[in-house]
Design a protein around this ligand. Structure first.
Ligand SMILES: NC(=O)CC(=O)C(=O)O
Length: 274
C-alpha cells in the first residue's frame, strides 16, 4: 500500500462567511496542488467559534458550504474532510463534519456527540449546549486506502468513542478541533498522543489558527500522530497548511508487534457492563 498524503488547512476564521469559504477554497486548492490525497479543515471553519454565531451561520444540507466542498473534491480529485460547520436540521443546530470522496460524493457525516460545556476557574467558560444539539452516531467510512473515523474536538476526550471507531476498523482517526488557550497548552498534546496510542491509529487533529481579535482563542498546533504515539508533524499557532505522509504498513506493524486491540479482556469488561 502506498503512502497517503495529507494536507491540514490551519486556517484563520473571520466574521464573514464568504471570506471564510474563499480562504478554504484557496487553501484546499494549494493542498491539492501539493499532492494531498486527504485535505482536512478545522472545526467551525466557516463560522467564528462562539455560540452567538452558530444560528446565524447555520446551513441545511446541502448548502453553499457543502456544495463548495463537494465540487472541489470532484474538481481536484481529492478526499475532503470538511472540518465542521453549524448545520441546521428541523429547527436544531448541530456541529457537523461532512466528508467527500474524490468524486465529490458524501461519504461521512458526523455530528459532534459530546458538547463542550465547561467552566474552568480562572480560564474558560463555554456552553455549546446553549445553542447546539447532540449528535448520536459513531462515524467511520471507507476510503480507497482504509477505513477512516471522524469525530469533532471535545469528542476526542472520550476514549470510549475513539475505541468504538478503532473496533469498527478505523486505521486513521481525523478530528477537526478548536482547543483554546486554557485547555490547549494543558491537554492537547497528551490527548492526541494518547488516543493514537490507545487505538494504534494515525491521529490527525486540525485546528483553526489563533486569532486574538475574537473572544475564543484557538490553540492551533494542528498535528499528525503516528500509531506509535509520536507527533510526526505539528504546526505552530499561525495560519498554514501542514503536510504529512501516512503509511498504513506502520499501523499493521505496530498492531502486530504490540497487539493491544487483541489483548483486550472483553470477557471481564462485559461482566462489568451488566
Ligand atoms: N472546543 C472543544 O470542543 C473542546 C476543547 O476545547 C477541549 O476539550 O479542551
Amino acid at each position: 500500500m502506498g503512502k497517503i498524503r495529507v494536507g491540514i488547512c490551519q486556517m484563520r476564521v473571520d466574521l464573514d462567511k464568504s471570506s471564510n469559504l474563499k480562504k478554504a477554497d484557496n487553501m484546499i486548492r494549494e493542498a491539492a496542488a501539493n499532492g494531498s490525497d486527504f485535505v482536512v479543515l478545522p472545526e467551525m471553519f466557516n463560522c467564528p467559534y462562539e455560540n452567538k454565531y452558530f444560528p446565524i451561520f447555520a446551513e441545511t444540507y446541502s448548502g453553499e458550504t457543502t456544495r463548495m466542498l463537494s465540487n472541489l473534491a470532484k474538481e481536484l480529485g481529492i478526499y475532503i474532510i470538511g472540518g465542521s460547520i453549524p448545520e441546521e436540521d428541523n429547527g436544531s443546530i448541530y456541529n457537523t463534519s461532512y466528508s467527500f470522496d474524490r468524486g465529490g460524493k458524501l461519504i461521512g457525516k458526523h455530528r459532534k456527540m459530546h458538547l463542550f460545556d465547561i467552566d474552568v476557574e480562572g480560564g474558560i467558560r463555554f456552553k455549546e449546549s446553549d445553542t447546539l444539539e447532540y449528535g448520536n452516531n459513531v462515524t467511520v467510512f471507507d476510503t480507497e486506502f482504509c477505513k477512516v473515523g471522524v469525530a469533532i474536538c471535545y469528542d476526542m476526550r472520550f476514549p470510549e468513542l475513539m475505541r468504538l471507531m478503532a473496533l469498527a476498523g478505523a486505521e486513521i482517526i481525523i478530528v477537526p478541533a478548536a482547543f483554546n488557550m486554557t485547555t490547549g497548552p494543558a491537554h492537547w498534546h497528551i490527548t492526541v498522543r494518547a488516543r493514537a496510542l490507545d487505538n494504534q491509529v494515525y491521529f490527525i487533529a486540525a485546528s483553526p489558527s489563533r486569532d486574538l481579535d475574537f473572544t475564543y482563542h484557538a490553540y492551533g498546533h494542528s498535528c499528525i500522530v503516528s500509531p506509535w504515539g509520536e507527533i510526526i508533524k505539528e504546526a505552530e499557532e499561525k495560519e498554514c497548511i501542514l503536510y504529512g505522509e501516512l503509511d498504513l504498513d506502520v499501523v499493521e506493524k505496530v498492531r502486530r508487534e504490540l497487539p493491544l486491540l487483541k489483548h483486550r479482556r472483553t470477557d471481564i469488561y462485559d461482566v462489568y457492563k451488566k
